[in-house]
Design a protein around this ligand. Sequence first.
Ligand code: NAD
Length: 444
Amino acid sequence: MRLGAGAAALGAAAKVTILEPSTLWASTRSVPPSDTVRFGIIGTGVEGCSLLSASLPISGVECVAAADLYDSRHIAAREALRGKNIDTTREYRRILDRKDIDAVIVATPDHWHRRLVVEAAEAGKDVYCEKPMSHSVEDGLAMVEAIQKHQRMCTVGSQRVSSILYHKAKEIWDSGKLGMVDTITAAWDRNTDSGAWVYPIAPDASEQTIDWNTWLGEAPQRPYDPVRFFRWRCYKDYGAGLAGDLFVHLLSGIHYVTGTNLPPQRALSTGGLYHYKDGREFPDLLWTMYDYPDFQLVLRCNHNNNEEGELFGFYGKQGTMIIRGSTLTFKPQGPYAQAEDYSVFGWPAKLRNAYYEQWRKDHPLPEPGRFKVEVGTEVYTPPPDYSDQTDHLMNFFSSVRTRQAVVENEVFGHHAALGCHMANYAYANKTIATWDAAAKKIKG
Ligand SMILES: NC(=O)c1ccc[n+]([C@@H]2O[C@H](COP(=O)([O-])OP(=O)(O)OC[C@H]3O[C@@H](n4cnc5c(N)ncnc54)[C@H](O)[C@@H]3O)[C@@H](O)[C@H]2O)c1
């Protein structure tokens, strides 16, 4: 049912609301040319190209240069910008050294994030860094320090925190309608080879078209291996498996909705490698239970059954909020006043009847006509063509221009990434991972 932006109606069982896109869409339309933010991008693979396309509807921003170590991706970047003839290079320093560039997007594999973000900050650039922000605890600490030392704006690329659907979820959370919430669960399940990162090797990939040694960066040296280049998420030297790829989105969404800007206190993981025994160094099923000060969180990512897809549940004393794909449902729940109907059957009838008599006196039925009918369930969804990635980029570019805080800064990104590192630490070491804030270390 398409109701038009902002419209609401009563369906058979629930009120369905199509959410309106962010107000920033309107405000950036009036940016004068002198205020245009000029940006470069480092890494124009799958995500880099997706970000370039998502930047096109944003007024007052212009991509002027792209760096990538694989030549075909220079073509892909121009195509993502609908043929715009930007400067392309294998050498990212050419972008950082340009004085006419205000900001850079870093969309390389995770093992390059630290070096690029630190060097970009040193070069005076604001940075949009893809998720997970860090490849290790130490990387995250160094990145936070560099951004803060050089007073740069930094956004981390878990775009759900800019989604109008998650803004609605936060509004419901903040309203207190859920009551006390002690349990949050989330899952991101897939059941395809592509979902499990078994991406095809491009036919033109070779040591001539890819600068393999630079791609390795600080990772251990090894001969050219296109499997590692295209499927880097499977290997510890470059990625962080299910936790780094998917948990980080779930953690960022939950941190945003609940207003949590902390790493988890403890993490306990289990899982296994059941199907994708292709030499990868991470499980294809991962469960992690996390302790936070005010709630417990259970996350699961699975590559072998996708019945549940992407699913969040916030379970409160007075309501349940579920986000399934792009649909948010809020359903009220108790607490209901009701007479005890279980344990009093162990009482003699006289006592039981007296109990019921008293209970009815204490809880008189409302007079006829004064019953409150709760329609209750509310359903929200964004319009079909909505892009949270565009909203997230818009939030970043707006902050570059105004110097106002971004929605997901380096500290937020660091905390979400710590949750991923703790999940992997607990799984790899078969232990409970604890965040030692004083030592700034994960301990087993
Ligand atoms: N936010 C999201 O929803 C989302 C989705 C997918 C990927 N990502 C993230 O985006 C990042 C990139 O993922 P991807 O799937 O696009 O990977 P990819 O392998 O498709 O592309 C990465 C590109 O970076 C280039 N590169 C690596 N080191 C470089 C360097 N030093 N200088 C210049 N170019 C360099 C590579 O040549 C490659 O073309 C990762 O951090 C990933 O987790 C985020």
